[in-house]
Design a protein around this ligand. Structure first.
Ligand SMILES: Nc1ncnc2c1ncn2[C@@H]1O[C@H](COP(=O)(O)OP(=O)(O)OP(=O)(O)O)[C@@H](O)[C@H]1O
Ligand SMILES: [Mg+2]
Length: 253
């Protein structure tokens, strides 16, 4: 046990970060516990990125500093998607209240870059959308103990691959560890493969985070659902709530 599973950063009061989703704060005692990490998991197209947009928009309205790390979509695409849904982040980006950063997983020092940004940026809210590409990058051990991702360095170093499950664990622990050490309240996303009963693609992150929101699609009934699967320090219902996506994002019905 290295402390990662032992719970969120201590917060003397019961301060909460509002979620930005109509109706959800009431189900969560006001929002996500300050300093916590919430995993948003769901199948493709279930609304994970929209949940992130709403969380960031709420932070901006509160005057908080926000960081959006994206590994799925380049920043201009993401801003475009957001605009179509009625979220205009440009002015917050211009006045440096919000920073978008594209995580290019082919760069071997990507974790270091993330860590430095999170540590030096003094962010209140950090989003990582999504964890999956970051955790599926293999780690290769070099003789002197430095980690190197094969695409950037494998031609020039003697390497010893670690199997992929171990690599996923190492990446996740480091990533979650970075977020836990910071004062920010974080949101991370993960894809659940269609038909799977797992809570994350890697089957590990659900144990490392403080809260889990699961997004479901019922394609036959043309319905969407959100379930609060876990939220440390919070009494909450486990009942799935029907949601809809429209202009301005997700709302609980
Ligand atoms: N203006 C809109 N009105 C209603 N529904 C919308 C609108 N815009 C997007 N959607 C729905 O939201 C879905 C996309 O949501 P989002 O990008 O948050 O999903 P995701 O879970 O992040 O997907 P992925 O796993 O691909 O990243 C679309 O597939 C569509 O069903
Ligand atoms: Mg997405």
């Amino acid at each position: 046990m290295d402390g990662l599973e032992s719970g969120m950063k201590l917060d003397a009061g019961d301060n909460r970060a509002n979620t930005g989703i109509n109706g959800l704060d009431d189900l969560l005692n006001g929002g996500f516990p300050s300093g916590s990490i919430t995993l948003v998991s769901g199948t493709p197209g279930s609304g994970k990125t929209i949940v992130c947009f709403q969380y960031i928009e709420a932070g901006i309205k509160n005057g908080e500093n926000c960081l959006y790390l994206t590994s799925d979509e380049p920043v201009p695409h993401l801003l475009n998607d957001a605009r179509k849904l009625g979220f205009d982040f440009q002015s917050a980006v211009d006045n440096e209240q919000l920073k978008f950063m594209y995580l290019d997983i082919d760069r071997h020092n990507i974790h270091k870059e993330m860590e430095e940004e999170i540590k030096t940026g003094k962010y209140d809210r950090v989003v990582v959308d999504s964890l999956s590409p970051l955790t599926e990058t293999p780690i290769w051990m070099v003789n002197n103990g430095n980690e190197v991702i094969p695409s950037s360095n494998s031609m020039t170093t003697t390497t010893l691959p670690i199997d992929s499950i171990q690599a996923t664990r190492i990446h996740l622990r480091r990533l979650i560890g970075i977020l836990k050490e910071d004062k920010c309240t974080a949101m991370v996303t993960t894809e659940i493969p269609e038909g799977s009963r797992d809570l994350s693609r890697d089957s590990i992150s659900e144990f490392l985070v403080d809260g889990i929101l699961v997004l479901d699609l019922d394609t036959t009934m043309d319905r969407r659902k959100m379930t609060i699967r876990k939220m440390r320090g919070t009494k909450h219902t486990l009942k799935p709530h029907e949601i809809s996506i429209g202009e301005r994002g997700i709302s609980l019905l």
